[in-house]
Design a binder for this molecule. Sequence first.
Ligand code: NDP
Length: 258
Amino acid sequence: MELLGKTALVTGGGRGIGRSCALALARAGAQVVVAARTTTEIEEVAKEIEALGCRALAVSLDVSKLQSVEAAFQQVVEKWGGCDILVNNAGIAASAPIAKCSEELWLQIIEINLNGTFRCIKAALPTMLARNWGRIINIASIAGKAGAPYISAYAASKHGVLGLTKAAAQDVATKNITINAICPGYVETDMGEKAMNIIMSKTSASKEQARAALEQTTPQKRLFQPEEVAFLVVALASPLAAGINGQAINICGGAVPY
Ligand code: NDP
């Protein structure tokens, strides 16, 4: 229960990696704000947390809209005094080769994955600075470190998240606040499923073949589980992780060695 007394906010907490992070943070003692656009999903996760005997709050949030971000964080300030731990997990993925990547697709991905992360960091910092303690964990991707075909916009957004992480971490380094990123390979979630469906629709691959193609992207020949990401989120949120700042830690089975 090392996070007892802390308030965590997880963006995109309604499903996939975000849901696992919300549950793991609650198990570690934090009270958790579950934030995303789909009300039914965030309310369901909040109920799961309460069933563990922990406190949870479902808050409607669209990270692509400044007003929504400000309103959501204001709600947390009013209810629980603000958040100590922010997990910037909300994200989308879409694929297109660069020649066919539309302006609209590019802007949508940058808006949610990169600008959304910036907005939430800005909204969370006043409380953290006032309390002289904070943990910000950005869920990036190994696509934030290496390129691959069809994902220019996604890779640009995640490379941007890593740049933001490294620079912002230096701004708050003397304030007992750390900002780090986690870079997973393919994780078994709706987003992972979508990646398989795209492979199936663009090639004649079966579901098994599409899955195998994703598994081949790591020396471990497997997909990663949301709980593996949540494990690292809890570790980085821990008081003992105070010296880890501005880092981008891979969960990719050794696929990207930097
Ligand atoms: P899912 O699609 O399963 O979940 C994405 C979550 O983000 C949902 O809760 C969704 O909720 C939320 N979200 C999307 N857009 C917004 C928005 N505008 N405002 C608020 N919330 C939003 O994805 P994963 O769990 O797989 O991915 C989570 C993160 O991990 C993403 O940042 C992704 O890029 C990253 N990642 C995923 C990998 C994978 O293979 N799955 C690999 C590496 C990184 P709602 O739509 O209700 O708003």
